[in-house]
Design a binder for this molecule. Structure first.
Ligand code: SAH
Length: 367
């Protein structure tokens, strides 16, 4: 075994014992991941064992409702960017969203994730009404929002209306890299500000990034990992970048299965209790991507609960899977996939252990 490879094994051992590495060691490990499958397998075994120690064989499900694909932003990678005149735009009404939740509830879902573009059509009051409307109908469920960058006051209003969690991938922690993925009006600094505001308000927060996004270097990823360690989010969403044919990045290479799995394993060892989805993008680049993601340390899947008629329109990237299925099919398919690798879908809220025991309203101090 070469000295470099030996050192890579050594760094995985250190990460397992101490749950952190310094910048230089992250870069070394990412650069020396190589094509050595044994190193990856070594990491995945450790990540899987650690996750099993904390969560057993449980895989948490979150029902994803993509409620609008209107967006005022023009992120270069995203298929629903404002500048894509070919996107067929849609919005769901509050009643349509409730119907998705009711259907999901009957299927056993206890977390609903409302995701969308940044769509000014919905005022803060509209969002608050939707959140409280879902909580009224399903008080035992968690509501997660994923609707982009807002002010502290807006985030606080949604939280007071009952929102429990917020997903906002930081996309990249490096300002220069951020500027290559986004137009000038968007900044890495504001994205990070949002994440710290969300944490301060009391949300369970999800950050994350695309693996293999254009111009991404190992140094950038090291910075992402250091940022995640500092932020300590309850959830981390990562998935491969996949080109969308109507974006400026249409000819860019996709992120790879191998690198995404490797990062899932590293993130599990760095943040042992983190909720880590095996994403739809991972399932898109490989038919068994989500199963492999779980075996590498992930412990969440997010079946789609959006109405079938709109699914193809929420196209962030090309060839997105699960756009033709009914919600029940999506859930059954994922249950079977998890069972096939010895895991079990569980339908409780699946809060981060740091939030365990809190009732859904405890942040309002009324319990
Ligand atoms: N408007 C919300 C939700 C964005 S969509 C927000 O700003 O947070 C959710 C995630 O999809 C994004 O954060 C991004 O990381 C990912 N995504 C967008 N385009 C993608 C692409 N082409 N390939 C892979 N992932 C993509």
């Amino acid at each position: 075994m070469s000295g470099d490879l030996k050192q890579a094994y050594n760094l995985i051992n250190i990460l397992e014992a101490e749950h952190k590495l310094n910048r230089e060691d992250w870069v070394f490990l990412l650069k020396n991941r190589g094509e050595d499958r044994e190193l990856s397998e070594y990491l995945f075994k450790k990540a899987d064992a650690l996750r099993k120690r904390i969560y057993g064989d449980a895989v948490y499900v979150r029902g994803l409702i993509e409620f609008t694909n209107y967006c005022c932003n023009d992120c270069y990678y995203c298929g629903i960017r404002a500048g894509n005149a070919n996107a067929q735009r849609y919005r769901l009404t509050a009643d349509e969203i409730y119907a998705c939740c009711d259907e999901g509830y009957a299927l056993g879902f206890r977390t609903f994730v409302l995701q969308g573009g940044e769509d000014a059509f919905y005022s803060d009051d509209d969002i608050c009404l939707m959140v409280s409307g879902i909580k009224e109908r399903h008080p035992d469920c968690a509501v997660t929002l994923s609707i982009g960058e807002k002010s502290y006051e807006s985030y606080k209003a949604y939280f007071d209306a009952g929102a429990d969690r917020y997903l906002l991938r930081h996309e990249t922690a490096n300002p220069a890299h951020y500027a290559r993925l986004h137009p000038e009006n968007l900044s890495c600094e504001n994205r990070k500000r949002c994440l710290y505001d969300l944490k301060a308000i009391g949300y369970q927060v999800g950050a994350g990034f695309m693996v293999g996004s254009p111009y991404q270097t190992e140094e950038n990823i090291a910075e992402d990992l250091l940022f995640l360690k500092e932020l300590k989010p309850q959830m981390v969403g990562i998935g491969p970048f996949i080109a969308h044919h109507d974006t400026p990045f249409k000819d860019m290479k996709s992120g790879t299965l191998e690198e995404t799995l490797f990062l899932l394993g590293l993130i599990r060892l760095m943040l042992p209790e983190v909720l880590l989805p095996a994403t739809t993008a991972l399932g898109t680049i490989h038919p068994l991507g989500r199963e492999l993601g779980i075996k590498s340390g992930a412990n969440v899947v997010m079946p789609n609960l959006s109405p079938t008629g709109v699914r193809k329109k929420y196209l962030l990237y090309d060839n997105k899977i699960c756009t033709g299925d009914e919600s029940a099919q999506c859930k059954d398919c994922l249950s079977a996939r998890m069972a096939s690798i010895g895991y079990r879908i569980v339908t409780d809220r699946g809060d981060h252990p740091g939030f365990e025991g809190l009732s859904c309203q405890s942040h309002l101090n009324i319990c």
